[in-house]
Design a protein around this ligand. Structure first.
Ligand code: ATP
Length: 787
């Protein structure tokens, strides 16, 4: 619907009025923050002047303490006030440039006239009239904007549903206080606005989408009922975007009780972390905790093993000789060790450990056993067998500390202590002596001048010092030989004992799997597929170190997690709700995906606690790119492209590496000339990326992206497909898209993932026969060229 000139001018007048008020508020706030800042600086500078310091008597000490505390309290109150004012200031500075993006005229059933509600990234209250000149996009009433067009409407409020009539829905693009675009619209939020948002150039950082959130996405953002919210959405359908707006929504809605550090996002790789970290600050919120599953595993496992990462596992799967029988066994191992069957096998194993099978490491000192493994074993299984494993472990730990104490007493008269005493350097002696004096003071032991007693006490200090590391080992439960217990699962014994339960059956190639696992562990290494199961065993034996602080766990690219890994995450965060975002068609790992075609994440939570939302519309890529890529995957016909025009994907066939090089260089230059700021040359593996990068390095300034790269840069980047997960580029060149590279069924999703990273232009260069995933497409969905 077109807007008349008068309407436009009236809206601009309102923008001027509102921005004027915001500007005045900013000026006042600047003055206030300036004052508070000087207060803080002053207090810090003169902190000690205001404090009465006197250590002469006990009462003076108390007075000194209170005087310091009072001064510290004043300082921290001023600092808090400064932080708050700065945050307000930041919000208004963003608002003054673009105060709002939408307007709805809403008349509640009991009202006579409609009121105009203007929506922006934050609310702005007119202090004189006490009227909201701008409503925060997360306010309950703002939901109307995303869910309805003009007509009968309703929204949820804390006191129940509010029904009424929407008379008008209007959208704005305001830049630097000037309205650039203005129109009235129906239910869907302006295709025009979306067109504008989606035609822009890609960024090295993701942007917020609050002005154009779609109805389905709004459901994801505002859902509060489900314990587990599963989003299954096509590539580019806005899963990550919706998740980030959801974080902002939750922080706003529960601002009294929820802090940013109570939400954690599991990202696919560190690059992705940096890609998404601008969204929340842009919306005036703090970033949530961000990590990767790998980082989490590495953190928990410490340096007990050399831990393989998922990318190395992926490289192995993509590059090893498929004819090698060991390769088939490894694939089988990866599949099995990520399945619920393996979880059942581990549970069964833990049950049996209650009766037998625990392995311990002897506690040694100077080559002598303080406590032997056998003694620990006897002590452990001598306890009441109904006591749970972690409790028994704790009892054993306490017993061991007692044994060390006893052992220490026996050691004090030993010749090695005498020797050490003689060999103490002056500095060591002084240190020991100081310690001794301190202990005497604290235990009120009278001072002796007696030489023998002095030596006796010194001996005690020496023994205590030397036994420190044994005590530390016991405290850290390192007397449990977990690696051996894990290996035990892969021995003949286990096969005989465990294979017969109905909860699981052993996979094919089990003997090979056993050998491979044993060998790797013997070399001090842990395969990626073993990492979560190993930790699971550790937690079941020692007790789960759960995190009860976290209230919301977000798992992006959830299809890349195995059922095992997600079950594990659920257990680690028992008080959290989970939001899992994924796309079965982008499940690129060799293990089974927790996403199932019909029912993603079946069985993780009870059905009544689980909500599944599907997103079928794809926003990232132009319509021709979506029409081409959706043909590659089963069920792709349901993916609905957003109507954004562009050129057909171009497939170029070359017959030599020289001409591949020439094509990549020529096409990259052409894409740059057409205005594509970010261009990704996506290869299959890290090795191939390095090779292609070398090929083009003398002609193009390109950055090679590897798993250690911390953030994306602008311009040309060469990277393996798995590192492009979750992100997007103006143009993508897949190099190379031949059947040599992408032919096997399991390579289909990797290829699809690579192609769907393109926003505006997709090119595929093939050395030799093109991949079947290309030629199986309708011919009119792409152009072909021969070089
Ligand atoms: N409602 C929207 N308004 C404007 N842009 C949107 C909207 N929804 C999605 N987009 C844009 O579409 C692109 C893809 O979004 P996003 O990365 O969130 O999708 P995704 O489903 O996580 O993709 P993938 O699974 O392929 O990683 C982004 O550029 C995002 O800004």
């Amino acid at each position: 619907m077109t807007i008349s000139k008068a309407q436009w001018l009236a809206e601009q007048a309102r923008v001027d009025e509102v921005t004027g008020k915001i500007a005045r508020r900013i000026a006042r706030l600047e003055e206030r923050t300036g004052d508070v800042r000087s207060d803080v600086v002053e207090i810090r500078k003169h902190f000690w002047d205001e404090v009465t310091i006197n250590f002469s008597h006990a009462e003076d000490l108390t007075e000194t303490y209170f005087s310091m505390k009072q001064q510290a309290d004043v300082l921290s109150e001023r600092e808090r006030s400064h932080r708050h004012a700065s945050a307000e200031l930041g919000k208004f500075r963003r608002l003054v440039k673009s105060p709002y993006f939408g307007r709805i005229d809403f008349k509640a059933e009991e009202d006579e006239v409609a009121s105009s509600i203007y929506l922006g990234i934050a609310s702005f209250l007119d202090e004189q009239s006490d009227e909201f000149l701008v409503y925060d996009w997360r306010a309950p009433i703002s939901s109307l904007y995303y869910d309805y067009g003009p007509g009968p409407v309703g929204y949820e409020t804390p006191s129940g549903r509010m029904a009424g009539e929407m008379a008008l829905k209007r959208q704005f693009v305001i830049r630097d206080g000037r309205i650039e675009l203005l129109f009235d619209s129906g239910v869907t939020i302006g295709d025009e606005l979306l067109q504008q948002a989606l035609s822009r150039s890609s960024d090295t950082q993701m942007r917020n989408i609050v002005a154009t959130i779609q109805k389905e996405q709004n459901r994801i953002i505002r859902d509060e009922r489900a314990r587990l919210l599963v989003v299954q959405g096509a590539a580019g359908s806005g899963k990550t975007s919706a998740a980030l707006q959801r974080v902002a929504y939750l922080l706003y809605k529960h601002r009294e009780s929820l802090q940013a550090d109570q939400l954690v996002l599991f990202s696919p790789n560190p690059l992705f972390n940096s890609y998404v970290q601008a969204v929340l600050p842009e919306l005036g919120e703090e970033n949530m905790e961000q990590t990767t599953f790998q980082d989490y595993l590495a953190h928990r496992l410490g340096n007990a093993f050399e831990l393989e990462d998922p990318f190395d596992q992926m490289e192995y799967v993509l590059t090893q000789d498929a004819q090698d029988p060991l390769y088939a066994s490894r694939l089988e191992a990866i599949r099995f060790k990520s399945s619920p069957a393996y979880l059942a096998m581990l549970d069964d194993y833990v049950d049996r450990l209650e009766q037998a099978g625990m392995r311990f490491r002897p506690l040694k000192f100077r080559g002598e056993a303080i406590v032997s493994a056998r003694a620990m074993h006897e002590r452990f299984y001598g306890m009441d067998r109904t006591i749970r494993l972690p409790v028994r472990i704790d009892l054993l730990r306490q017993w061991l500390l007692g044994q060390i104490k006893q052992f220490a007493l026996d050691q004090e008269g030993k010749p090695w202590v005498e020797e050490e005493m003689e060999l103490l350097s002056e500095a060591d002696y002084q240190r020991a002596y100081q310690k001794l004096r301190k202990r005497r003071r604290s235990s009120n032991t009278p001072t002796f001048d007696d030489y023998d007693q002095e030596r006796e006490l010194l001996a005690r200090v020496i023994v205590r010092e030397r036994l420190k590391s044994a005590r530390r080992r016991v405290q850290a439960l390192r007397f449990i030989d977990l690696p051996s217990m894990y290996v035990q699962l892969f021995t003949a014994l286990q096969q005989a004992g465990g294979a017969s339960t109905s909860a699981y059956s052993l996979p094919p190639r089990w003997a090979d799997i056993c050998t491979m696992t044993r060998q790797r562990l013997a070399a001090g290494a842990l395969a990626y597929e073993d990492a979560a199961p190993y930790l699971y065993l550790q937690e079941r034996v020692q007790g789960f170190q759960t995190n009860t602080l976290i209230r919301h766990v977000f798992v992006d690219e959830a299809q890349d997690y195995s059922p095992f890994q997600l079950a594990f995450l659920k257990r680690l965060f028992p008080r959290a709700r989970m939001t899992a975002l994924g796309d079965l068609n982008q499940a690129i790992f060799a293990h089974a995906s927790a996403y199932d075609a019909r029912e993603p994440l079946r069985g993780l939570f009870a059905p009544e606690e689980t909500e599944v939302i599907r997103l079928e519309r794809s926003y990232r890529s132009t319509k021709p790119i979506v029409c081409f890529t959706r043909g590659m995957i089963p069920g792709g016909e349901e993916i609905e492209p957003f109507e954004r025009d562009g050129s057909l994907p171009l497939v170029t066939l070359v017959d030599s590496e020289d001409s591949l090089r020439a094509q990549v260089i020529e096409q990259t230059r052409a894409l740059q000339a057409e205005g594509n700021a970010s261009i990704a040359i996506i290869c299959k593996t890290a090795g191939h990326s390095e090779h292609v990068h070398r090929l083009i390095a003398d002609a193009l300034e390109a950055v090679l992206v590897g798993k250690e790269t911390a953030s994306f840069s602008e311009g040309i980047q060469v990277m393996p497909a798995y590192l492009a997960k979750g992100v997007e580029f103006d143009a993508v060149i897949v190099c190379d898209g031949s059947s040599e590279q992408y032919r096997l069924e399991r390579e289909r999703k990797l290829f699809y993932t690579a192609c769907t990273r393109a926003m505006h232009e997709l090119r595929i260069v093939c050395l030799g026969e093109p991949s079947p995933f290309i030629v199986d497409q309708e011919e009119d969905t792409y152009n072909i060229a021969y070089a």
